[in-house]
Design a protein around this ligand. Structure first.
Ligand SMILES: [Zn+2]
Ligand SMILES: [Zn+2]
Length: 308
């Protein structure tokens, strides 16, 4: 049995290199795989491993002076969901492209628990705007009912999307959400600096925590995740279609042509028909051996390496 955990904490880390060494050591000892991003502004991670190893990791983290009361989101899975263990030191724990000194979560929207969000959606005020802070390929397969889903490919494109759509937020109560909450911390802060919204809320713990309590609630479809599982099944709604035949479908795959590796929604019959490629072009290239096949799913590279 195994688990996958998601976690983040905005906390000042004065010496990220020391934390890097410590994390490298404990993750290796416990046989964990996944990704951890460290920055002066905090930590953001997703890890897979055996139950006992994950429990040990959580205990070590909670005992650390910087990471006490860190919130872990858990789901089924294990170390095979990630190709390796990767720990990096960066400027931001999730890239918005704005210096953390200029924009911090302290300026962010009010945190609402899943219960409060559910209650709010049950009695939805007229001036409530539900906003999906994730990328288009994530919101395509699952989202909150009536949410605005920006057509962006990377989180760092969100500020310019907000700048170009200020009218949309004007005099609204904005409820923002993302997968595990980390992206909303500074995205709500960014929106706040614009001074257009009436009130700004963020879903605490993101879609992950909401679905634990309301698997059949206001979030419909699947929750996209950044590991080999690609999505977590929640309810039976299918929100999108196969790129190749347009039939109802919401399972992602990567093109079997290694040099293409396109991440797209594809149904089972199209997978067979086009030999796991994104279409006739790549299928022919692969069959004529002009290109190499991509490695197995275990090493599938998801476009944005890290976002909760
Ligand atoms: Zn199809
Ligand atoms: Zn392709």
């Amino acid at each position: 049995m195994g688990k996958i955990i998601l976690f983040y904490k905005y906390v000042t880390i004065q010496y990220p290199k020391q934390i890097f060494k410590w994390q490298t050591k404990i993750c290796a000892e416990l046989g964990l795989t996944g990704r951890i991003i460290l920055a002066n502004e905090g930590i953001n991670g997703t890890l897979g491993g055996q139950d006992a190893s994950i429990e040990r990791y959580k205990k070590l983290m909670l005992e650390h002076s910087l990471f006490g009361n860190i919130d872990f989101k858990q789901s089924k899975g294990d170390s095979s969901c990630f190709p390796r263990m990767q720990i990096k030191i960066k400027d931001e724990i999730v890239k918005l492209g704005i210096d953390p000194k200029q924009l911090s979560p302290a300026q962010g929207g009010k945190h609402l628990s899943p219960e409060k969000v559910h209650e709010l959606l049950e009695n939805k005020p007229e001036d409530l705007l539900i906003f999906d802070a994730r990328n288009a390929w994530e919101s395509a397969i699952g989202s909150f009912k009536d949410a605005i889903k920006p057509d962006i490919q990377y989180f760092r494109h969100l500020p310019s999307y907000i700048d170009q759509h200020l009218e949309t937020f004007k005099a609204k109560k904005v409820l923002m959400y993302c997968t595990g909450g980390v992206r909303c911390e500074r995205a709500t802060a960014y929106l706040n600096t614009k001074g257009v919204a009436k009130e700004i809320y963020q879903l605490e713990g993101g879609i992950h925590k909401y679905l634990e309590q309301y698997p059949d609630g206001f979030f419909r479809g699947k929750n996209y995740v950044f590991d080999a599982r690609l999505s977590m099944h929640t309810n039976n709604d299918v929100l999108t279609t196969c790129l190749l035949c347009n039939n109802s479908c919401d399972t992602y795959d990567n093109c079997a042509n290694a040099s293409c590796n396109k991440h797209f929604v594809c149904c089972n019959s199209c997978k067979q028909k086009f030999k796991n490629t994104c279409g006739l072009g790549c299928q022919q290239l692969l069959e004529s051996e002009k290109v190499a096949p991509r490695p197995p799913l275990r090493t599938v590279k998801v476009e944005q390496p890290h976002g909760q």
